[in-house]
Design a binder for this molecule. Structure first.
Ligand SMILES: Nc1ncnc2c1ncn2[C@@H]1O[C@H](COP(=O)(O)OP(=O)(O)OP(=O)(O)O)[C@@H](O)[C@H]1O
Ligand SMILES: [Mg+2]
Length: 461
């Protein structure tokens, strides 16, 4: 039956009226690379998602799907197993969260999906993405990790939970005790799947899967898929749809340099970098817990503000550091590989490997903490004599070139045009900005020398 065109127009007008009720964030005007712009031109509306879900997506500031979302969302909605590989910061989280949310029946008070991640901070972040994108859906999301009180989780599970986000140990604990019931959980996602399938986790994953129904859908996501995944794939996945958007491995927006130094010159070198670089926020990686603490102390002594985090800290303290750094309370964060994977802080434009990592996967994930969603970033590696072979090995494995650091680094390589220090006159006018992502910021000054955040209490002992 055909309708008169005027009522057709009226219908589409009425159908679109929900769009006017949305509160959209300011548009992100920073330049983006092809890592996220080379799409097929899909729209989120092409996937026939619930209107409430579309509202959550648009209100998060997403305008259209990224390449990995275009590939994964339609297939995931059909219920097929997926093994997906895409570069850091290109939107893998929403690629599995959107179809997961779409498939939840909020009338049914049962756990229907598990999103498994390797670290507690990543669990908190992923559950937040679920809550944001699903905020109009009436879906109950629960996050559960080690380092918190088991009793609280048990209490929470006595209420309605549709999606569980968490780390393997605690989830297995809850499932084995019969507190978390996954018997009707049809979706099982493993983010950073290669990490979850490393020997430290595999026995847990094997047990966990036994609590799921036979016809569950399993989806694996990561930027890196070493061969260890093959065994799992053959054992558990049914005709998986494989996505690989990594024709090259490193991000186009991230410029990589190395500085050849002696171990004892490292702190001095870092000091020089702090004074020369236009850091909005930085993450500085060390190879051990001990070195994280020592370096954080040195940085504080140099007069710069910094937080630190590592696995041996109390979880409550770890959470506070993560939360406050994300909110821009402090400019620099020193950490171990605890925060190497998945952590998404758009304001980070510089990553420094104070200690060079041992393998290519770790390197890739670390430098991928900058240059999120196709934006610009800078990765600086301090290389000692002992690291030299490792540097060549990682360059070779990743097919990338890490250049020696030039005397002057062009700020246009890692600072958004809107935030470039264009004139001295604006120096007093800057503010250290996280919320507007590209913000106006300038070179940081030690102790009170213009750092607007120096008044903020430093959590370091
Ligand atoms: N369609 C989109 N439009 C705009 N921004 C998006 C879109 N999808 C994701 N983003 C943003 O991109 C950033 C990176 O996304 P995400 O953390 O999912 O990347 P990732 O692929 O999981 O990276 P990693 O491999 O490092 O874990 C997030 O800040 C997210 O909000
Ligand atoms: Mg991720």
């Amino acid at each position: 039956m055909s309708m008169p065109s005027s009522s057709n127009q009226q219908l589409s007008h009425e159908n679109d009226s929900w769009k006017k009720t949305m509160v959209l964030p300011p548009k992100d005007t920073r330049p983006q690379t092809e890592d996220v712009t080379a799409t097929k031109g899909n729209e989120f509306e092409d996937y026939f998602l619930k209107r409430e879900l579309l509202m959550g997506i648009f209100e998060a500031g997403f305008e259209r799907p990224s390449p990995i979302q275009e590939e994964a969302i339609p297939i995931a909605l059909t219920g097929r197993d997926i093994l997906a590989r895409a570069k850091n910061g290109t939107g893998k989280t929403a690629a599995f969260v959107i179809p997961t949310l779409e498939k939840i029946n909020n009338k049914k008070s049962k756990i229907q999906a598990l999103l498994l991640v390797p670290t507690r901070e990543l669990a908190l972040q992923t559950s937040q993405v679920c809550k944001n994108l699903g905020k109009h859906l009436g879906v109950q999301v629960m996050v559960t990790t080690g380092g918190t009180t088991l009793k609280d989780d048990i209490m929470r599970l006595s209420e309605s939970v549709h999606i569980v986000v968490g780390t393997p140990g605690r989830i297995l604990d809850l499932a084995s005790k019969g507190v978390a019931d996954f018997s009707e959980a049809s979706t099982f996602v493993m983010d950073e799947a290669d990490k979850l399938l490393s020997p430290e986790f595999t026995p847990i994953i094997d047990q966990l899967i036994s609590f799921f129904p036979k016809d569950r859908q399993i989806m694996l996501f990561s930027a890196t898929f070493p061969i260890i995944v093959k065994h799992f794939k053959e054992k558990y996945l049914v005709k998986p749809y494989e996505i690989n958007l990594m024709d090259e491995l490193t991000l186009r927006g991230v410029t990589q340099y190395y500085a050849y130094v002696e171990e004892k010159q490292k702190v001095h070198c870092l000091n020089t970098l702090f004074s020369k670089l236009q850091i909005n926020q930085s993450i500085i990686f060390c190879n051990s817990t001990n070195r994280v603490e020592l370096l954080a102390k040195k940085i504080t002594e140099l007069g710069y503000s910094c937080f630190y985090s590592h696995a041996k800290m109390l979880q409550s303290h770890r959470n506070r550091v993560f939360h406050d750094f994300r909110n821009g309370v402090c400019r620099n964060l020193v950490c171990s590989d605890l925060l190497t994977r998945g952590i998404d802080i758009q304001a980070v434009n510089v990553v420094i490997n104070f200690d060079f990592p041992k393998n290519a996967e770790t390197y890739l994930h670390r430098i991928g903490r900058s240059g999120r969603f196709g934006h610009l970033g800078l990765a600086i590696n301090l290389i000692t004599y002992e690291d030299r072979f490792n540097l060549y090995k990682i360059e070779r494995e990743l097919g990338t070139e890490i250049q020696p650091i030039p005397p002057v680094i062009d700020k246009r390589l890692y600072v958004a045009p809107s935030a470039l220090e264009d004139s001295e006159g604006q120096a007093d006018n800057y503010h250290f900005s996280n919320s507007n992502r590209g913000g106006r910021f300038r070179t940081q000054q030690p102790n009170g020398g213009g750092n607007s955040r120096s008044r903020i209490p430093d959590p370091l002992p």
